[in-house]
Design a protein around this ligand. Structure first.
Ligand code: ZN
Ligand code: ZN
Length: 112
């Protein structure tokens, strides 16, 4: 589930290692290239999804590459979303439009 991926796999670099004077050579060992836009950046983030490691320079690029899209309205699912039969939807409304009226948004106090 996407929300579980978010909570377990989004591992940005520790910010303390990226700022201020460093005894290490700055900008060399930490440089990495965004796999979406190709930007060489010293504060890239690594995200592991289903065992596959990805490197991005921004959340925008990460979302572009790995966030699921709602199968009804086509928007990028960057929140909790809902899942039915392996298909992602941005919300229960979209899921119901595709025949999954049993789903409920997993937000708020109604979560079991
Ligand atoms: Zn990028
Ligand atoms: Zn939708």
């Amino acid at each position: 589930m996407w929300s579980e991926i978010l909570s377990t796999a989004w591992r940005a670099r520790p910010p303390a290692a990226s700022f201020g004077p460093s005894p290490r050579t700055p900008g060399v060992s930490a440089m990495a290239q965004c796999e979406v836009c190709g930007n060489d950046y010293d504060k890239t983030m690594e995200i592991t999804v289903a065992g596959a490691r990805h490197v991005f320079d921004s959340f925008e690029c990460a979302i572009h590459a790995i966030a699921p899209r709602c199968e009804h309205c086509g928007c990028v699912v960057i929140g909790h979303g809902v899942e039915a039969d392996g298909r992602f939807f941005c919300c229960a409304h979209c899921a119901s439009k595709e025949g999954h009226g049993e789903l409920r948004d997993r937000t708020g106090p109604q979560v079991a």
